[in-house]
Every structure is written in structure tokens, then in C-alpha cells.
Design a protein around this ligand. Structure first.
Ligand code: ATP
Ligand code: MG
Length: 399
């Protein structure tokens, strides 16, 4: 079908005043950004609706991109007609005739938002219904379970006819809620945590700790690939990569084995907090979920959290593993996440990690280390890369 305009509906009805303006401005900017590759489209908004005028661009490609824009609740491809009886009848007939498979039953719903249009919406329904029945053989009206549900919107900015509404991602437009630094590992959970954080309007940066040469270049590439998957939902992602080997070796040498993971995580938090401050991110986010693995106990979270002041968002804390993997599949990170490359944590994992680590003990063991110097050195050697949606050069096997 040669659609003219994609109609965009957005939610969060609770938003008022300035928040609403900011929501709309940010959403419009994000819609324009994802449609950059379709130079002919025009994006505009009127009275709480947003429109993408296609000007010949492929409606299905445009709609697929819009479905990854947070803040949009649903979209409909429409044809736009003049505000006259003839044009409305002709447009509706053309739309219904184009549907495949051809519907056997239909209903028409008109909304007359522009009250200057003289005919009441019930009369428009009847007029258009009669026109369809006369022109399409075998077609019947079914008000309860129609195969085609035709919607006509008569608005000041135009008259739009559609028969389809596609659900979208919901949430808030990325950028409306400030910035968060995501601790991104190569696992299943943290990319999902990043996606959920973005869904609430957050712009993400990511930080990854690697232990070259214990971990390979491939493991790092996998993390970059995961970050790239997230760009579909929120634009480019700045990825900070932290060399973690020196710290891990120091911990292994000077601290009791069962506290290795706890102390390692405390270092991650300290480093992440410093990077967040530099980048003006107001929170960290992790993929932790209570009770999922032995180290994710409340005692462990407490002891790890103790070294930083910055809030830590844990969007997966209330979710089951199956719910998390469902999302990972939907956002297309699952297959990457299960690739079997080693992670910095798995390499230094002790046989019997403390499942209820205590702050006082962690602090006592860390006295053997020059914590501040180690943290500052790691921050200084942190590298920054902007991950964009464009395909990257693939490093096949460097090491
Ligand atoms: P994931 O599936 O995200 O790897 P996990 O179930 O393996 O999580 P842990 O290994 O306990 O759980 O890690 C908990 C969280 O700590 C991760 O979700 C991630 O946010 C962070 N994290 C772990 N390892 C790293 C790393 N190498 N770099 C950055 N963040 C990390
Ligand atoms: Mg992991």
C-alpha cells in the first residue's frame, strides 16, 4: 500500500507542563535521528500527535525503526486525504481494497477532532460503510470481530485513514531522564539492564573491565558487539574499557581467596563512580538480580555498595531468569551473550567465595593494598570508544 503518513501515538499521560514539552522535544529529536537514513521523510507534531510524512520512503522500513524508539506507544500507517466526503470515501475504499488477505468483514470508526467538519462521526461511519458495501462484493459489516477495522481521523492538520495499529516500545524518550553509566559484562543480564534503564528515558554510557591477557581481544569485541546492539534503542553508546589485570593480580596476591570477588567488585564500583563523575552520570546500573548466583546476596550487595555514594540502579532485581532471557531474545542480545568467551570474573573465581561477605573484613583485607593508587591508575588508563550503529571492523584473531 502507498501510505502517506505514519501516525505516532505517545503515552505517559501523567506528564504535564514543562515535562511534557521536554518529552515531546526529545521524542521528536530521537525520531528524526533514527530516520536520518530516510532523507525524504518529514517529521512534525500537532496537538499531542506526531506524524512522519513519508514522501515516497518505504513505510515498513520506517515503522521498524520507530518501533525501537522509546516513548512511542503505537503507530499506524495512514493515507491522508482531503477533508471532503468524496475524498474520504475514495481513500477508505482504496485502503480496504489493498488489504491482503482481503477482509470479509469490517467496521468503520470515525473521530471528528475538528468540529468544523460539518458531518457528525456516526454519519461519516454510515456514509463510508455504505460506500464500501456497494463497491466490494461479499463484504459485510461486523461491529464485534471485524477482520478490517478502519479508523478515520478528521483533524485540523489533516484527515487520516488507517486499518492497522502496531504496538511500540513504550517508556520515555532516551535523553529525557539524564545519564547513567552501565556496568556492561559479556553476560546475559547487563545488556538487558541497560535496555531497561534506557526505556525510562536514560542516556547510557557503558563501562567494561577486562583482564588482558587473561581475557582475549575476542571477549572485548563481544562486549562492543553487545553495546552496539543497544544503539538501536538509544543511539551511540560511549564505552569505557578499564584494564583490570593489575588490580586482580594484586587482590589475588594479598587478599584471602574467598574475598577475591567481593574486593574485585568493590574496585569496580570505585572506578565506575569516578568515571561516572567525570562523565556527569548520576547513577550506575548493573545486571544484578537478587539470589541469582552465590555472590548476589543482600550481604554481598551491601558490602560492595559500601564503597560508593552514587546510586546503583538494579533494574533486574525483581525479575526471574526466564523473564530476563525473554527480553534478551527480544532485543537480540541473547545469542551474543551466550558465546563462550571468558570474563574477567570467571578467571579469578575462587573455589569457595564468601556468600555473606562482611564490610569490616573486606576493609581489613584491603589494607594490604594501595586502593587509591590502584583506582587512580586504572581510571587513568581507561580507554573511551564511541560505539555507533555502523558495522565495525571485526577483529578476527589478534591473540
Ligand atoms: P551478567 O549476565 O550481566 O554478566 P551475571 O549474572 O554474570 O551478570 P555477575 O557476574 O555477578 O552476574 O555480575 C553482576 C553485574 O556486575 C553484571 O550484571 C554487570 O553489571 C557487572 N559486571 C560483572 N562483570 C563485569 C565486567 N567485566 N565489566 C563490567 N561490569 C561487570
Ligand atoms: Mg557475568
Amino acid at each position: 500500500m502507498n501510505y502517506d503518513v505514519i501516525l505516532i501515538r505517545y503515552g505517559e499521560l501523567a506528564l504535564k507542563g514543562r515535562n511534557r514539552d521536554q518529552f515531546e522535544d526529545t521524542l521528536m529529536r530521537n525520531v528524526r535521528n533514527v530516520l536520518e537514513v530516510h532523507p525524504s521523510v518529514e517529521v512534525y507534531r500537532r496537538y499531542g500527535r506526531m506524524y512522519v510524512q513519508l514522501n515516497g520512503e518505504n513505510p515498513y522500513e520506517v515503522m521498524e525503526k520507530l518501533q525501537a524508539v522509546f516513548g512511542i506507544t503505537s503507530i499506524s500507517p495512514t493515507i491522508q486525504v482531503e477533508q471532503t466526503e468524496e475524498a474520504i470515501k475514495e481513500g477508505t475504499l482504496r485502503l480496504v481494497q489493498s488489504l491482503t488477505p482481503a477482509p470479509r468483514t469490517f467496521r468503520v470508526d470515525t473521530r471528528r477532532a475538528d468540529k468544523r467538519y460539518p458531518m457528525p462521526s456516526m454519519d461519516v461511519n454510515r456514509m463510508v460503510g455504505t460506500h464500501l458495501l456497494r463497491n466490494i462484493e461479499g463484504l459485510k459489516v461486523d461491529l464485534h470481530q471485524p477482520e478490517a477495522s478502519v479508523k478515520i481521523e478528521i483533524r485540523t492538520e489533516g484527515t487520516f485513514i488507517s486499518s492497522e495499529t502496531l504496538p511500540c516500545a513504550g517508556g520515555l524518550p532516551v535523553g529525557a531522564s539524564g545519564k547513567v553509566l552501565l556496568l556492561l559484562s559479556g553476560g546475559i543480564d547487563s545488556p538487558v539492564a541497560g535496555w531497561m534503564t534506557m526505556k525510562r528515558g536514560v542516556r547510557l554510557e557503558a563501562i567494561h573491565f577486562h583482564s588482558y591477557p587473561y581475557t582475549s581481544e575476542r571477549a572485548l569485541e563481544k562486549v562492543k558487539d553487545l553495546a552496539q546492539k543497544l544503539t538501536k534503542w538509544g543511539g551511540s553508546v560511549r564505552l569505557h574499557t578499564v584494564p583490570f589485570t593489575v588490580i586482580q593480580e594484586a587482590i589475588r596476591e594479598h587478599c584471602p581467596e574467598e574475598y577475591n570477588i567481593t574486593i574485585m567488585r568493590r574496585f569496580m564500583m570505585r572506578i565506575a563512580e569516578k568515571v561516572a563523575q567525570k562523565r556527569k552520570a548520576l547513577a550506575l546500573a548493573t545486571g544484578e538480580s537478587l539470589g541469582q548466583v552465590a555472590s548476589q546476596t543482600l550481604e554481598s550487595m551491601y558490602t560492595i555498595n559500601h564503597v560508593v555514594k552514587i546510586p546503583i540502579l538494579r533494574p533486574l532485581v525483581a525479575m526471574d531468569k526466564s523473564e530476563i532471557t525473554d527480553i534478551a531474545r527480544n532485543i537480540d542480545t541473547f545469542d551474543l551473550s551466550i558465546l563462550p568467551y571468558e570474563d574477567c570474573c570467571t578467571i579469578f573465581t575462587p573455589k569457595n567465595p564468601a556468600t555473606r561477605p562482611r564490610v569490616e573484613l573486606a576493609e581489613r583485607y584491603e589494607q594490604k593494598l594501595d586502593v587509591e593508587a590502584l583506582v587512580n591508575d586504572a581510571v587513568a588508563r581507561t580507554e573511551l570508544e564511541e560505539i555507533t550503529a555502523k558495522p565495525r571492523d571485526v577483529v578476527t584473531d589478534l591473540f
